[in-house]
Design a protein around this ligand. Structure first.
Ligand SMILES: Nc1nc2c(ncn2[C@@H]2O[C@H](COP(=O)(O)OP(=O)(O)OP(=O)(O)O)[C@@H](O)[C@H]2O)c(=O)[nH]1
Ligand SMILES: [Mg+2]
Length: 193
C-alpha cells in the first residue's frame, strides 16, 4: 500500500472515545521504547506522525491514526516501564483489557519485540494474553539494523521458541531505520483488513 493519507484522529482512554466508523484496526503492543511509534511512522512514511522518544513511556493513551480511509493503526502504551505508580499500572491494564477483549473492529495485534534480545517475560505474557482472547498476532521483531544479518536466523528461532509461536502467527523481521520488512508487513495488513 502506498500511503498518501495518514492522520492522527484521537487519543482515547475509554470506549466512548473510540472512533465509530467501523474501519478495521491494527493495534501495536509491546514493551515501552521498543519502537511501536517508530513502526507507525515508517509504515506511513512520516517522520513525526506518531510521537517517538528515547525516553520510555511516551505513549500513554490509545492513539488512533487513520490510514487512507481504509484502517486505523492504534498505538498502545507500552509495558515494562518501571517509573509508573501502581495506580497508573492498574489503569493501563484495565484500558488494554477493555480494548483487546471488547473491540470488535480489531483485526490483529502487532506484537513488537526487540530483535536483539530474547522476548521478555512481559512479551510472552502479552502474546499469551492476545492468544487467549483469539486476537490474531503478527510478531514484529524490530531494531534488526542493530544486529548483523548473519545472526538473524538464530535470533528468529530464539524468539519463536520463547513465545511458543502459534503456527498461524507470523514473525517478520523489521527495522524502522532501514525499512527492512515493510513490504511483508503491508502484505500481511492487506490480507487481513
Ligand atoms: N536503530 C533503531 N532504533 C529504533 C528502531 N525503532 C525505534 N528505534 C528507536 O527506539 C526509541 C524508541 O522508539 P519509539 O518508537 O518511541 O518506541 P515506543 O515503543 O513507541 O515507546 P513508548 O511510546 O514509550 O511505548 C527511539 O529512540 C527510536 O528512534 C529501529 O528499527 N532501529
Ligand atoms: Mg510510542
Amino acid at each position: 500500500m502506498k500511503v498518501n493519507r495518514a492522520e492522527f484522529i484521537i487519543s482515547a482512554v475509554s470506549p466512548a472515545q473510540y472512533p465509530n466508523t467501523n474501519l478495521p484496526e491494527i493495534a501495536l503492543a509491546g514493551r515501552s521504547n521498543v519502537g511501536k511509534s517508530s513502526f507507525i511512522n515508517k509504515m506511513t512514511n512520516r517522520k513525526n506522525l506518531a510521537r517517538t522518544s528515547s525516553k520510555p513511556g511516551k505513549t500513554q493513551t490509545l492513539n488512533y491514526y487513520k490510514i487512507e480511509d481504509k484502517f486505523y493503526f492504534v498505538d498502545v502504551p507500552g509495558y515494562g516501564y518501571a517509573k509508573v505508580s501502581k495506580t497508573e499500572r492498574a489503569k493501563w491494564g484495565e484500558m488494554l483489557e477493555t480494548y483487546f477483549t471488547k473491540r470488535e473492529t480489531l483485526k490483529a495485534a502487532v506484537c513488537v519485540v526487540d530483535f536483539r534480545h530474547p522476548p521478555t517475560q512481559d512479551d510472552i505474557q502479552m502474546y499469551n494474553f492476545l492468544k487467549y482472547y483469539n486476537v490474531p498476532v503478527l510478531v514484529l521483531a524490530t531494531k534488526a539494523d542493530k544486529i548483523p544479518k548473519s545472526k538473524w536466523n538464530k535470533h528468529e528461532k530464539i524468539a519463536k521458541e520463547a513465545l511458543d509461536l502459534d503456527p498461524s502467527d507470523r514473525l517478520i523481521v523489521f527495522s524502522s531505520e532501514l525499512g527492512t520488512g515493510i513490504d511483508k508487513v503491508w502484505n500481511y495488513i492487506e490480507s487481513i483488513i
